[in-house]
Design a protein around this ligand. Sequence first.
Ligand code: NAP
Length: 518
Amino acid sequence: MTELISNFLGGRWQAGSGAGTPLFDPTLGTELVRVDATGLDLAAGFAFAREQGRAALQRLTYRERAAMLAAAVKVLQANRDAYYDIATANSGTVKNDSTVDIDGGIFTLGNYAKLGDSLGDRRFLLDGEMTRLGKEDLFQSQHVLTPTRGIALFINAFNFPSWGLWEKAAPALLSGVPVIVKPATTTAWLTQRMVQDVVEAGIFPAGALSVVCGSSAGLMDALQPFDVVSFTGSAETAAVIRSHPAVTQRSVRVNIEADSLNSALLLPGEAAGSAAFDLLVKEVVREMTVKSGQKCTAIRRVFVPEDLYGPVAEAIAARLSKTVVGNPRNETVRMGALVNRAQLASVREGLAHLQTQAELLHDGSTHALVDADPAVACCVGPTLLGARDADAADRIHDTEVFGPVATLMPYRHAASDMAHALTLVRRGHGSLVASLYGSDPAALAATALELADSHGRVHVISPDVAQLHTGHGNVMPQSLHGGPGRAGGGEELGGVRALNFYHRRSAVQASTAVLKTL
Ligand code: NAP
Protein backbone atom coordinates (compact mmCIF):
# COMPACT_ATOMS: atom_id res chain seq x y z
CA MET A 1 0.00 0.00 0.00
CA THR A 2 1.16 3.53 -0.71
CA GLU A 3 1.72 6.13 2.00
CA LEU A 4 -1.38 7.74 3.53
CA ILE A 5 -0.56 11.44 3.69
CA SER A 6 -1.76 13.31 6.73
CA ASN A 7 -4.07 16.26 7.37
CA PHE A 8 -3.02 19.22 9.50
CA LEU A 9 -5.95 20.46 11.56
CA GLY A 10 -6.42 21.73 15.09
CA GLY A 11 -2.70 22.44 15.29
CA ARG A 12 -1.66 18.80 14.80
CA TRP A 13 -1.15 16.15 12.14
CA GLN A 14 -4.12 13.83 11.93
CA ALA A 15 -4.49 10.82 9.66
CA GLY A 16 -7.95 9.90 8.44
CA SER A 17 -9.38 6.69 9.84
CA GLY A 18 -10.38 5.24 6.44
CA ALA A 19 -8.40 3.27 3.88
CA GLY A 20 -7.88 6.41 1.79
CA THR A 21 -8.35 7.46 -1.82
CA PRO A 22 -5.38 6.73 -4.07
CA LEU A 23 -3.73 9.44 -6.17
CA PHE A 24 -2.26 8.36 -9.51
CA ASP A 25 0.42 9.24 -12.01
CA PRO A 26 -1.66 10.14 -15.10
CA THR A 27 1.15 9.21 -17.48
CA LEU A 28 2.26 5.89 -16.02
CA GLY A 29 -0.93 4.88 -14.25
CA THR A 30 0.92 4.04 -11.01
CA GLU A 31 -0.46 4.76 -7.55
CA LEU A 32 1.47 7.48 -5.70
CA VAL A 33 0.01 8.20 -2.25
CA ARG A 34 -3.40 8.09 -0.57
CA VAL A 35 -5.47 10.81 1.09
CA ASP A 36 -8.20 10.51 3.68
CA ALA A 37 -10.24 12.85 5.86
CA THR A 38 -12.53 10.26 7.44
CA GLY A 39 -13.28 10.81 11.10
CA LEU A 40 -11.64 14.24 11.46
CA ASP A 41 -13.34 16.48 14.03
CA LEU A 42 -13.88 19.37 11.64
CA ALA A 43 -15.86 21.49 14.10
CA ALA A 44 -13.05 21.31 16.67
CA GLY A 45 -10.38 21.95 14.02
CA PHE A 46 -12.21 24.98 12.65
CA ALA A 47 -12.79 26.30 16.19
CA PHE A 48 -9.07 25.99 16.94
CA ALA A 49 -8.20 28.02 13.83
CA ARG A 50 -10.96 30.55 14.51
CA GLU A 51 -9.94 31.11 18.11
CA GLN A 52 -6.21 30.47 18.47
CA GLY A 53 -5.00 31.03 14.90
CA ARG A 54 -7.05 34.15 14.35
CA ALA A 55 -6.20 35.74 17.69
CA ALA A 56 -2.48 35.17 17.17
CA LEU A 57 -2.49 36.47 13.59
CA GLN A 58 -4.62 39.49 14.35
CA ARG A 59 -2.37 40.58 17.21
CA LEU A 60 0.27 41.24 14.55
CA THR A 61 0.56 44.16 12.13
CA TYR A 62 0.39 43.90 8.34
CA ARG A 63 4.15 44.35 8.25
CA GLU A 64 4.75 41.51 10.71
CA ARG A 65 2.46 39.18 8.79
CA ALA A 66 4.12 40.23 5.54
CA ALA A 67 7.45 39.13 7.03
CA MET A 68 5.91 35.69 7.62
CA LEU A 69 4.83 35.48 3.99
CA ALA A 70 8.39 36.37 2.97
CA ALA A 71 9.73 33.62 5.25
CA ALA A 72 7.28 31.13 3.70
CA VAL A 73 8.58 32.11 0.25
CA LYS A 74 12.10 31.13 1.34
CA VAL A 75 10.95 27.75 2.64
CA LEU A 76 9.03 27.00 -0.55
CA GLN A 77 11.94 28.06 -2.72
CA ALA A 78 14.27 25.77 -0.80
CA ASN A 79 11.99 22.81 -1.53
CA ARG A 80 11.17 23.53 -5.17
CA ASP A 81 12.79 20.38 -6.53
CA ALA A 82 10.48 18.16 -4.48
CA TYR A 83 7.47 20.11 -5.74
CA TYR A 84 8.53 19.64 -9.35
CA ASP A 85 8.86 15.89 -8.78
CA ILE A 86 5.37 15.74 -7.31
CA ALA A 87 3.90 17.81 -10.16
CA THR A 88 5.52 15.62 -12.82
CA ALA A 89 4.22 12.49 -11.14
CA ASN A 90 0.77 13.59 -9.99
CA SER A 91 -0.24 16.32 -12.48
CA GLY A 92 1.59 14.86 -15.48
CA THR A 93 2.93 18.30 -16.42
CA VAL A 94 6.14 19.16 -18.27
CA LYS A 95 8.60 21.41 -16.42
CA ASN A 96 7.39 24.66 -18.00
CA ASP A 97 3.82 23.86 -17.04
CA SER A 98 4.77 22.95 -13.49
CA THR A 99 6.49 26.33 -13.29
CA VAL A 100 3.20 28.13 -13.94
CA ASP A 101 1.76 26.44 -10.86
CA ILE A 102 4.74 26.18 -8.50
CA ASP A 103 6.72 29.32 -9.23
CA GLY A 104 3.52 31.20 -10.06
CA GLY A 105 2.31 30.45 -6.53
CA ILE A 106 5.59 31.39 -4.87
CA PHE A 107 5.80 34.61 -6.94
CA THR A 108 2.28 35.60 -5.88
CA LEU A 109 3.10 34.96 -2.23
CA GLY A 110 6.24 37.09 -2.58
CA ASN A 111 4.28 39.85 -4.23
CA TYR A 112 1.87 40.02 -1.26
CA ALA A 113 4.82 39.98 1.15
CA LYS A 114 6.08 43.19 -0.47
CA LEU A 115 2.64 44.72 -0.63
CA GLY A 116 2.00 43.88 3.03
CA ASP A 117 5.24 45.49 4.08
CA SER A 118 4.11 48.73 2.46
CA LEU A 119 0.92 48.68 4.57
CA GLY A 120 3.13 49.24 7.60
CA ASP A 121 2.59 48.81 11.32
CA ARG A 122 -1.19 48.92 11.30
CA ARG A 123 -3.84 46.38 12.33
CA PHE A 124 -6.71 47.77 10.28
CA LEU A 125 -7.14 49.86 7.14
CA LEU A 126 -8.93 53.12 6.52
CA ASP A 127 -11.37 53.10 3.65
CA GLY A 128 -11.74 56.52 2.06
CA GLU A 129 -11.84 59.87 3.81
CA MET A 130 -13.89 61.19 6.71
CA THR A 131 -17.29 62.44 5.50
CA ARG A 132 -19.33 65.11 7.26
CA LEU A 133 -22.72 63.83 8.40
CA GLY A 134 -24.34 67.05 9.53
CA LYS A 135 -24.05 70.74 8.92
CA GLU A 136 -20.78 71.01 10.79
CA ASP A 137 -17.47 69.16 10.56
CA LEU A 138 -17.70 68.02 14.14
CA PHE A 139 -19.63 64.76 13.57
CA GLN A 140 -18.35 62.61 10.73
CA SER A 141 -18.22 59.12 9.29
CA GLN A 142 -15.02 57.18 8.63
CA HIS A 143 -15.12 53.77 7.01
CA VAL A 144 -12.68 51.20 8.34
CA LEU A 145 -11.67 47.72 7.17
CA THR A 146 -10.93 45.31 10.01
CA PRO A 147 -9.90 41.65 9.56
CA THR A 148 -12.85 39.27 9.71
CA ARG A 149 -13.36 37.37 12.99
CA GLY A 150 -13.57 34.06 11.17
CA ILE A 151 -11.51 31.63 9.13
CA ALA A 152 -11.06 31.32 5.37
CA LEU A 153 -11.95 27.95 3.87
CA PHE A 154 -10.51 27.32 0.41
CA ILE A 155 -12.05 24.59 -1.72
CA ASN A 156 -9.74 24.33 -4.69
CA ALA A 157 -9.65 22.90 -8.22
CA PHE A 158 -7.25 20.16 -9.36
CA ASN A 159 -5.38 22.17 -11.95
CA PHE A 160 -3.45 24.54 -9.67
CA PRO A 161 -2.52 22.74 -6.43
CA SER A 162 0.20 25.31 -5.67
CA TRP A 163 -0.90 28.60 -7.20
CA GLY A 164 -4.51 27.96 -6.19
CA LEU A 165 -3.37 27.69 -2.57
CA TRP A 166 -1.00 30.65 -2.42
CA GLU A 167 -2.95 33.15 -4.51
CA LYS A 168 -5.71 32.82 -1.90
CA ALA A 169 -3.61 32.23 1.22
CA ALA A 170 -1.34 35.24 0.64
CA PRO A 171 -4.06 37.91 0.96
CA ALA A 172 -5.89 35.93 3.69
CA LEU A 173 -2.86 35.47 5.94
CA LEU A 174 -1.72 39.03 5.26
CA SER A 175 -5.17 40.14 6.42
CA GLY A 176 -4.78 38.10 9.61
CA VAL A 177 -7.31 35.44 8.66
CA PRO A 178 -6.45 31.74 9.26
CA VAL A 179 -6.58 29.45 6.26
CA ILE A 180 -8.00 25.95 5.95
CA VAL A 181 -7.35 24.55 2.47
CA LYS A 182 -9.15 21.59 0.95
CA PRO A 183 -7.32 20.78 -2.31
CA ALA A 184 -9.03 18.81 -5.06
CA THR A 185 -8.42 15.16 -4.24
CA THR A 186 -6.77 14.23 -7.56
CA THR A 187 -3.74 16.51 -7.03
CA ALA A 188 -3.88 17.10 -3.26
CA TRP A 189 -0.35 15.86 -2.69
CA LEU A 190 1.47 19.03 -3.78
CA THR A 191 -0.76 21.29 -1.67
CA GLN A 192 -0.29 18.99 1.32
CA ARG A 193 3.51 18.93 0.93
CA MET A 194 3.76 22.70 0.65
CA VAL A 195 1.63 23.21 3.75
CA GLN A 196 3.70 20.59 5.56
CA ASP A 197 6.97 22.36 4.73
CA VAL A 198 5.66 25.75 5.85
CA VAL A 199 4.11 24.31 9.03
CA GLU A 200 7.30 22.47 9.92
CA ALA A 201 9.31 25.66 9.49
CA GLY A 202 7.25 27.14 12.33
CA ILE A 203 6.64 30.44 10.57
CA PHE A 204 2.97 31.01 11.32
CA PRO A 205 1.24 30.74 14.70
CA ALA A 206 -0.65 27.53 15.54
CA GLY A 207 -4.00 27.36 13.75
CA ALA A 208 -3.01 29.83 11.00
CA LEU A 209 -2.61 27.26 8.23
CA SER A 210 -4.40 23.92 7.99
CA VAL A 211 -4.94 21.36 5.24
CA VAL A 212 -7.67 18.75 4.87
CA CYS A 213 -7.18 16.23 2.05
CA GLY A 214 -9.86 13.91 0.81
CA SER A 215 -13.63 14.16 1.00
CA SER A 216 -15.28 17.58 1.21
CA ALA A 217 -18.08 16.15 3.37
CA GLY A 218 -18.86 18.33 6.37
CA LEU A 219 -16.55 21.22 5.53
CA MET A 220 -19.31 23.68 4.65
CA ASP A 221 -21.30 22.56 7.73
CA ALA A 222 -18.42 23.64 9.95
CA LEU A 223 -18.60 27.28 8.79
CA GLN A 224 -19.91 30.04 11.06
CA PRO A 225 -21.23 33.54 10.29
CA PHE A 226 -17.92 35.45 10.14
CA ASP A 227 -16.08 32.78 8.14
CA VAL A 228 -15.48 33.13 4.42
CA VAL A 229 -15.26 30.47 1.73
CA SER A 230 -13.40 30.79 -1.52
CA PHE A 231 -14.27 28.13 -4.07
CA THR A 232 -12.59 27.35 -7.38
CA GLY A 233 -13.97 24.62 -9.58
CA SER A 234 -16.88 23.62 -11.74
CA ALA A 235 -20.16 25.50 -12.06
CA GLU A 236 -22.01 22.43 -10.75
CA THR A 237 -20.10 22.31 -7.47
CA ALA A 238 -20.32 26.10 -7.23
CA ALA A 239 -24.10 25.81 -7.23
CA VAL A 240 -23.92 23.32 -4.34
CA ILE A 241 -21.70 25.70 -2.33
CA ARG A 242 -23.94 28.69 -3.03
CA SER A 243 -27.06 26.91 -1.88
CA HIS A 244 -25.52 25.55 1.33
CA PRO A 245 -27.14 26.81 4.58
CA ALA A 246 -23.79 28.29 5.64
CA VAL A 247 -24.24 30.75 2.77
CA THR A 248 -28.03 31.05 2.58
CA GLN A 249 -28.69 31.15 6.32
CA ARG A 250 -25.48 32.08 8.09
CA SER A 251 -24.35 34.70 5.52
CA VAL A 252 -20.90 33.18 5.11
CA ARG A 253 -19.25 35.32 2.47
CA VAL A 254 -18.46 33.30 -0.62
CA ASN A 255 -16.20 33.88 -3.60
CA ILE A 256 -16.68 31.69 -6.64
CA GLU A 257 -14.22 31.13 -9.46
CA ALA A 258 -15.90 28.83 -11.96
CA ASP A 259 -15.46 27.80 -15.56
CA SER A 260 -15.26 30.26 -18.42
CA LEU A 261 -15.42 30.35 -22.21
CA ASN A 262 -12.60 32.85 -22.70
CA SER A 263 -12.09 34.55 -26.05
CA ALA A 264 -9.32 35.82 -28.27
CA LEU A 265 -10.36 38.49 -30.79
CA LEU A 266 -8.41 39.73 -33.78
CA LEU A 267 -9.56 43.24 -34.68
CA PRO A 268 -10.36 44.13 -38.29
CA GLY A 269 -7.72 45.68 -40.52
CA GLU A 270 -4.87 43.26 -39.69
CA ALA A 271 -3.63 41.39 -42.75
CA ALA A 272 -2.63 37.72 -42.77
CA GLY A 273 0.97 37.54 -41.61
CA SER A 274 0.88 40.98 -39.94
CA ALA A 275 2.37 41.38 -36.49
CA ALA A 276 -1.06 41.34 -34.77
CA PHE A 277 -2.12 38.28 -36.77
CA ASP A 278 1.04 36.41 -35.74
CA LEU A 279 0.62 37.42 -32.11
CA LEU A 280 -2.90 35.97 -32.05
CA VAL A 281 -1.75 32.71 -33.63
CA LYS A 282 1.13 32.34 -31.18
CA GLU A 283 -1.01 33.10 -28.13
CA VAL A 284 -3.82 30.75 -29.13
CA VAL A 285 -1.35 27.90 -29.57
CA ARG A 286 0.30 28.67 -26.25
CA GLU A 287 -3.02 28.81 -24.43
CA MET A 288 -4.23 25.57 -25.96
CA THR A 289 -1.13 23.64 -25.01
CA VAL A 290 0.08 25.05 -21.65
CA LYS A 291 -1.00 22.56 -18.95
CA SER A 292 -2.73 20.65 -21.75
CA GLY A 293 -5.37 23.37 -21.82
CA GLN A 294 -6.37 22.68 -18.18
CA LYS A 295 -6.42 26.34 -17.25
CA CYS A 296 -9.57 28.23 -16.32
CA THR A 297 -8.22 31.22 -18.24
CA ALA A 298 -7.29 29.32 -21.42
CA ILE A 299 -8.55 30.58 -24.78
CA ARG A 300 -11.56 28.48 -25.80
CA ARG A 301 -13.08 30.66 -28.55
CA VAL A 302 -11.11 32.50 -31.23
CA PHE A 303 -12.83 35.23 -33.27
CA VAL A 304 -11.35 36.61 -36.49
CA PRO A 305 -12.69 38.72 -39.39
CA GLU A 306 -14.37 36.35 -41.84
CA ASP A 307 -11.80 36.88 -44.60
CA LEU A 308 -9.06 35.63 -42.26
CA TYR A 309 -10.79 32.42 -41.12
CA GLY A 310 -8.79 30.27 -43.56
CA PRO A 311 -5.35 31.85 -43.03
CA VAL A 312 -5.70 31.82 -39.21
CA ALA A 313 -6.85 28.18 -39.26
CA GLU A 314 -3.82 27.24 -41.33
CA ALA A 315 -1.35 29.16 -39.21
CA ILE A 316 -2.63 27.76 -35.89
CA ALA A 317 -2.79 24.22 -37.27
CA ALA A 318 0.79 24.48 -38.60
CA ARG A 319 2.08 25.41 -35.17
CA LEU A 320 -0.04 22.86 -33.31
CA SER A 321 1.24 20.05 -35.50
CA LYS A 322 4.71 20.62 -34.01
CA THR A 323 3.52 20.01 -30.44
CA VAL A 324 5.16 16.90 -29.07
CA VAL A 325 2.80 15.11 -26.67
CA GLY A 326 3.58 12.40 -24.17
CA ASN A 327 5.54 11.56 -21.02
CA PRO A 328 6.54 14.83 -19.29
CA ARG A 329 9.84 13.23 -18.25
CA ASN A 330 10.99 13.06 -21.88
CA GLU A 331 12.86 16.26 -22.77
CA THR A 332 11.39 16.46 -26.27
CA VAL A 333 7.83 16.50 -24.93
CA ARG A 334 6.10 19.90 -24.80
CA MET A 335 2.68 18.79 -23.60
CA GLY A 336 2.16 16.18 -20.89
CA ALA A 337 -0.97 14.45 -19.66
CA LEU A 338 -4.45 15.41 -18.57
CA VAL A 339 -4.84 14.96 -14.86
CA ASN A 340 -6.72 11.63 -14.76
CA ARG A 341 -8.87 9.15 -16.67
CA ALA A 342 -12.06 11.02 -15.76
CA GLN A 343 -10.72 14.22 -17.35
CA LEU A 344 -9.56 12.28 -20.40
CA ALA A 345 -13.06 10.85 -20.82
CA SER A 346 -14.61 14.27 -20.21
CA VAL A 347 -12.40 15.93 -22.85
CA ARG A 348 -13.20 13.23 -25.41
CA GLU A 349 -16.90 13.54 -24.67
CA GLY A 350 -16.74 17.35 -24.83
CA LEU A 351 -14.93 17.24 -28.15
CA ALA A 352 -17.58 14.97 -29.64
CA HIS A 353 -20.25 17.35 -28.36
CA LEU A 354 -18.59 20.39 -29.95
CA GLN A 355 -17.92 18.55 -33.20
CA THR A 356 -21.63 18.25 -33.89
CA GLN A 357 -21.45 21.99 -34.63
CA ALA A 358 -17.86 22.39 -35.79
CA GLU A 359 -15.38 21.13 -38.35
CA LEU A 360 -11.99 19.69 -37.52
CA LEU A 361 -9.16 22.09 -38.42
CA HIS A 362 -6.39 20.29 -36.57
CA ASP A 363 -6.97 16.78 -35.26
CA GLY A 364 -5.29 16.05 -31.93
CA SER A 365 -5.55 12.31 -32.47
CA THR A 366 -2.88 12.53 -35.18
CA HIS A 367 -0.22 13.19 -32.49
CA ALA A 368 1.61 9.97 -31.66
CA LEU A 369 2.49 9.83 -27.96
CA VAL A 370 6.17 9.94 -27.08
CA ASP A 371 7.35 7.61 -24.33
CA ALA A 372 3.82 6.91 -23.19
CA ASP A 373 1.44 3.99 -23.56
CA PRO A 374 -1.78 5.22 -25.19
CA ALA A 375 -3.72 2.57 -23.30
CA VAL A 376 -2.52 3.97 -19.96
CA ALA A 377 -1.43 7.60 -20.34
CA CYS A 378 -4.08 10.34 -20.05
CA CYS A 379 -2.56 12.24 -22.98
CA VAL A 380 -4.39 13.90 -25.88
CA GLY A 381 -3.06 15.99 -28.75
CA PRO A 382 -4.29 19.56 -29.25
CA THR A 383 -7.42 19.95 -31.38
CA LEU A 384 -8.51 23.07 -33.23
CA LEU A 385 -12.15 23.17 -34.28
CA GLY A 386 -13.84 25.66 -36.57
CA ALA A 387 -17.46 26.85 -36.67
CA ARG A 388 -18.17 28.88 -39.79
CA ASP A 389 -21.64 29.86 -38.59
CA ALA A 390 -20.70 31.32 -35.21
CA ASP A 391 -24.26 32.48 -34.47
CA ALA A 392 -25.71 29.00 -34.79
CA ALA A 393 -22.95 27.22 -32.85
CA ASP A 394 -24.50 27.49 -29.38
CA ARG A 395 -22.55 24.52 -28.02
CA ILE A 396 -19.27 26.32 -28.70
CA HIS A 397 -20.38 29.29 -26.61
CA ASP A 398 -21.78 27.09 -23.81
CA THR A 399 -19.43 24.14 -23.34
CA GLU A 400 -16.05 24.35 -21.63
CA VAL A 401 -13.89 21.43 -22.72
CA PHE A 402 -11.15 21.45 -20.06
CA GLY A 403 -8.31 20.31 -22.29
CA PRO A 404 -6.23 21.33 -25.34
CA VAL A 405 -9.21 22.38 -27.43
CA ALA A 406 -10.26 25.70 -28.98
CA THR A 407 -12.72 26.72 -31.69
CA LEU A 408 -12.11 29.27 -34.41
CA MET A 409 -15.07 31.40 -35.55
CA PRO A 410 -15.44 34.17 -38.14
CA TYR A 411 -17.27 37.43 -37.51
CA ARG A 412 -18.80 39.84 -40.01
CA HIS A 413 -17.70 43.44 -40.06
CA ALA A 414 -18.25 46.59 -42.01
CA ALA A 415 -15.66 49.39 -41.62
CA SER A 416 -14.86 49.58 -37.88
CA ASP A 417 -18.20 48.00 -36.91
CA MET A 418 -17.42 45.47 -34.21
CA ALA A 419 -21.02 44.73 -33.22
CA HIS A 420 -21.09 41.13 -34.44
CA ALA A 421 -17.75 40.26 -32.86
CA LEU A 422 -18.77 41.78 -29.53
CA THR A 423 -22.10 39.93 -29.55
CA LEU A 424 -20.28 36.64 -30.12
CA VAL A 425 -17.71 37.25 -27.38
CA ARG A 426 -20.51 38.11 -24.93
CA ARG A 427 -22.21 34.79 -25.64
CA GLY A 428 -19.78 33.34 -23.09
CA HIS A 429 -22.14 35.02 -20.55
CA GLY A 430 -19.31 36.47 -18.52
CA SER A 431 -15.69 35.29 -18.72
CA LEU A 432 -12.46 35.52 -16.80
CA VAL A 433 -10.49 37.05 -19.64
CA ALA A 434 -10.63 38.14 -23.26
CA SER A 435 -7.57 39.04 -25.27
CA LEU A 436 -7.55 41.53 -28.15
CA TYR A 437 -5.04 41.67 -30.97
CA GLY A 438 -4.53 44.69 -33.20
CA SER A 439 -2.32 47.66 -33.97
CA ASP A 440 -4.75 50.60 -33.69
CA PRO A 441 -4.56 51.90 -30.08
CA ALA A 442 -7.90 53.73 -30.23
CA ALA A 443 -9.77 50.72 -31.64
CA LEU A 444 -8.15 48.42 -29.06
CA ALA A 445 -9.03 50.75 -26.19
CA ALA A 446 -12.64 51.14 -27.37
CA THR A 447 -13.07 47.37 -27.71
CA ALA A 448 -11.48 46.76 -24.29
CA LEU A 449 -13.99 49.11 -22.68
CA GLU A 450 -16.87 47.45 -24.53
CA LEU A 451 -15.85 44.06 -23.11
CA ALA A 452 -14.88 45.20 -19.61
CA ASP A 453 -18.38 44.77 -18.20
CA SER A 454 -18.46 41.08 -19.05
CA HIS A 455 -14.83 40.18 -18.24
CA GLY A 456 -12.66 40.28 -15.14
CA ARG A 457 -9.68 41.11 -17.30
CA VAL A 458 -9.12 42.33 -20.85
CA HIS A 459 -5.62 41.55 -22.10
CA VAL A 460 -4.65 43.76 -25.02
CA ILE A 461 -1.78 42.62 -27.25
CA SER A 462 -0.38 45.07 -29.75
CA PRO A 463 2.95 44.73 -31.56
CA ASP A 464 4.68 47.24 -29.24
CA VAL A 465 4.18 44.89 -26.26
CA ALA A 466 4.92 41.67 -28.14
CA GLN A 467 7.94 40.88 -25.95
CA LEU A 468 6.57 42.43 -22.77
CA HIS A 469 3.02 41.28 -22.26
CA THR A 470 2.37 38.75 -19.50
CA GLY A 471 0.19 36.34 -21.49
CA HIS A 472 -3.56 35.91 -21.99
CA GLY A 473 -3.85 33.13 -19.45
CA ASN A 474 -1.30 34.15 -16.83
CA VAL A 475 -2.89 35.56 -13.74
CA MET A 476 -0.74 38.33 -12.28
CA PRO A 477 -1.18 39.25 -8.61
CA GLN A 478 -1.39 42.96 -9.48
CA SER A 479 -4.44 42.45 -11.70
CA LEU A 480 -7.93 41.25 -10.93
CA HIS A 481 -8.75 37.55 -11.39
CA GLY A 482 -12.39 36.47 -11.62
CA GLY A 483 -15.26 37.25 -13.90
CA PRO A 484 -18.97 38.02 -13.86
CA GLY A 485 -21.83 35.69 -14.76
CA ARG A 486 -20.85 32.24 -15.81
CA ALA A 487 -17.25 32.75 -14.58
CA GLY A 488 -18.66 32.70 -11.05
CA GLY A 489 -18.96 36.40 -10.22
CA GLY A 490 -15.87 36.32 -8.01
CA GLU A 491 -12.92 38.63 -7.55
CA GLU A 492 -9.45 37.61 -6.46
CA LEU A 493 -6.04 39.31 -6.46
CA GLY A 494 -5.82 42.79 -7.98
CA GLY A 495 -3.11 43.88 -5.51
CA VAL A 496 -4.48 45.33 -2.29
CA ARG A 497 -8.08 44.82 -3.48
CA ALA A 498 -7.74 41.11 -2.57
CA LEU A 499 -7.66 42.07 1.11
CA ASN A 500 -11.27 43.32 0.97
CA PHE A 501 -12.67 39.80 0.98
CA TYR A 502 -10.89 39.03 4.26
CA HIS A 503 -11.90 42.28 5.99
CA ARG A 504 -15.24 43.68 7.09
CA ARG A 505 -16.08 47.24 6.15
CA SER A 506 -17.71 49.27 8.88
CA ALA A 507 -18.59 52.95 9.30
CA VAL A 508 -17.48 54.62 12.49
CA GLN A 509 -19.61 57.71 13.17
CA ALA A 510 -18.04 59.98 15.73
CA SER A 511 -16.63 63.34 16.60
CA THR A 512 -13.77 64.44 14.39
CA ALA A 513 -11.53 64.30 17.44
CA VAL A 514 -12.31 60.60 17.89
CA LEU A 515 -11.88 59.76 14.21
CA LYS A 516 -8.53 61.54 14.03
CA THR A 517 -7.07 59.08 16.54
CA LEU A 518 -7.85 56.12 14.25
P1 NAP B 1 -14.85 20.41 -9.12
O1 NAP B 1 -15.12 19.00 -9.45
O2 NAP B 1 -16.00 21.34 -9.01
O3 NAP B 1 -14.04 20.37 -7.76
C1 NAP B 1 -13.56 21.54 -7.17
C2 NAP B 1 -13.40 21.32 -5.67
O4 NAP B 1 -14.67 21.17 -5.04
C3 NAP B 1 -12.60 20.08 -5.31
O5 NAP B 1 -11.77 20.38 -4.21
C4 NAP B 1 -13.69 19.09 -4.92
O6 NAP B 1 -13.23 18.09 -4.06
C5 NAP B 1 -14.66 20.01 -4.22
N1 NAP B 1 -16.03 19.50 -4.11
C6 NAP B 1 -16.67 18.60 -4.91
N2 NAP B 1 -17.94 18.44 -4.47
C7 NAP B 1 -18.10 19.24 -3.39
C8 NAP B 1 -19.19 19.51 -2.51
N3 NAP B 1 -20.37 18.91 -2.64
N4 NAP B 1 -19.00 20.39 -1.50
C9 NAP B 1 -17.82 21.00 -1.34
N5 NAP B 1 -16.75 20.78 -2.15
C10 NAP B 1 -16.89 19.92 -3.16
O7 NAP B 1 -13.84 21.08 -10.15
P2 NAP B 1 -12.47 20.49 -10.73
O8 NAP B 1 -12.82 19.40 -11.66
O9 NAP B 1 -11.49 20.23 -9.64
O10 NAP B 1 -11.89 21.75 -11.53
C11 NAP B 1 -12.14 21.98 -12.88
C12 NAP B 1 -13.03 23.20 -13.06
O11 NAP B 1 -12.57 24.28 -12.29
C13 NAP B 1 -13.07 23.71 -14.48
O12 NAP B 1 -14.40 23.92 -14.86
C14 NAP B 1 -12.33 25.02 -14.44
O13 NAP B 1 -12.75 25.98 -15.38
C15 NAP B 1 -12.57 25.49 -13.06
N6 NAP B 1 -11.50 26.36 -12.62
C16 NAP B 1 -11.73 27.69 -12.46
C17 NAP B 1 -10.71 28.52 -12.03
C18 NAP B 1 -10.93 29.99 -11.82
O14 NAP B 1 -10.07 30.62 -11.23
N7 NAP B 1 -12.02 30.55 -12.25
C19 NAP B 1 -9.44 28.00 -11.79
C20 NAP B 1 -9.23 26.65 -11.97
C21 NAP B 1 -10.27 25.84 -12.39
P3 NAP B 1 -12.85 16.63 -4.63
O15 NAP B 1 -11.71 16.83 -5.54
O16 NAP B 1 -12.49 15.87 -3.41
O17 NAP B 1 -14.07 16.13 -5.32
